[in-house]
Design a protein around this ligand. Structure first.
Ligand code: ADE
Length: 341
């Protein structure tokens, strides 16, 4: 790669970039929110979440003050909820440091929760026009193909080498478009699934894998570990057309979000009855709905859902409509909620 291709990339980006809501701002706070949302979520899905989030919490001070439940509601459906919690932690730290917004120094930025090499590179280059590359999956794919890179990107040295290389092409003038240009090229030309559109790529002439028609061999794939399957029995207690939910107190996965009562084991209807009797929970009917699946990064839930009609009194019963609009119910449970009346 030479400065010639990099300039061509930037021109290509300026002409072809998608109209995305975070591309009309230089506010480091807004850039940061968009980058955190985009880390594990598709652009199309992020658009609405981003706009709603910024509307509700327009400044970092608003984020520092937000109630946990409100924050999780804004994040509901995006998954990886640690990201949302870290955002708030970060906003509080920024406030405690006496700053009005995120720091513009790499060393300071990386001390904050949830901000690593990629996010700090993105914030610094996009919002502060600094020569700090941001290497995400898109950039890894492009570089791997250009150079037929065989090594594992998890090796620190590999990322460092490319960070150094990219830096040599960055200037204060091009920093923002450089970072976004690479990301955009990875999203719409050097695509992850299917044949890349090499004929229109600014790097076509210098791309080793294109010359040898080996684009699909890069980046080198690591062996994927199989997800562990966790069996979950979901008890949907119902009374007068309302459903029971509670806050998840267990540390770890989905902590602090709402859920239907559930146990991490596979249970037969007989075992469910025994359990209800043991816990002295009155019931008149048990109805199996279906088996639902939900994938997390490292595991898969296989959920068997039962609606259990009960006469037990409790304030935690809500209508389907209330559950949809008022609570941060994770996607795994929303899949079940859709099937309820
Ligand atoms: N993915 C990660 N960062 C992005 C950005 N700024 N624009 C579009 N997609 C992205």
């Amino acid at each position: 790669m030479t400065i010639k291709e990099v300039q061509a990339l930037i021109l290509w980006y300026q002409k072809n970039k998608r109209d995305l809501p975070w591309r009309t701002t230089s506010d480091p706070y807004k850039i940061w929110i968009s980058e955190i949302m985009l880390q594990q979520t598709r652009v199309e899905a992020v658009k609405n979440y981003y706009q709603n989030f910024i509307q509700q919490l327009p400044t970092i001070e608003d984020l520092a003050k937000v109630k946990e439940d409100t924050l999780l509601k804004l994040w509901e459906g995006l998954g990886y909820y640690t990201r949302a919690r870290n955002l708030k932690k970060c906003a509080i730290e920024v406030k405690n440091l006496g700053l009005k917004t995120l720091p513009s120094e790499e060393k300071e930025l990386k001390k904050l929760p949830g901000i690593g090499d990629y996010t700090s590179g993105a914030i610094l280059s996009i919002a502060y026009h600094k020569c700090t590359p941001a290497i995400d999956g898109n950039v890894i794919r492009i570089l791997s193909r250009i150079y037929e890179e065989e090594r594992d990107w998890n090796q620190k040295q590999v990322k460092e080498e490319y960070t150094h290389l990219l830096k040599t092409f960055m200037t204060e003038e091009n920093a923002r478009d450089f970072t976004e240009g690479f990301i955009e090229l990875g999203a719409i030309v050097c695509i992850p699934n299917g044949l890349p559109h090499c004929a229109i790529c600014p790097f076509a002439k210098v791309c080793k894998s294109y010359q040898e028609n080996k684009m699909l061999e890069f980046p080198k794939k690591k062996e994927k570990k199989k997800r562990k399957v966790v069996h979950v029995t979901v008890f949907i207690f119902t009374k007068d057309g309302k459903y029971y939910i509670e806050k998840r107190t267990q540390k770890g996965l989905l902590h602090g979000l709402y859920e239907f009562y559930s146990l991490e084991k596979n249970m037969t209807e007989k075992e469910i009855k025994e359990y209800l009797n043991l816990k002295k929970i009155p019931y008149t009917k048990i109805q199996f709905i279906d088996t639902f699946h939900h994938l997390f990064t490292h595991l898969e839930w296989e959920m068997k859902a039962y609606v259990i009609t009960t006469s037990k009194d409790n304030k935690n019963f809500y209508s389907k409509q209330e559950l949809e609009s008022k609570f941060s119910l994770p996607t795994a449970f929303r899949k079940i909620l859709k099937h309820l009346k």
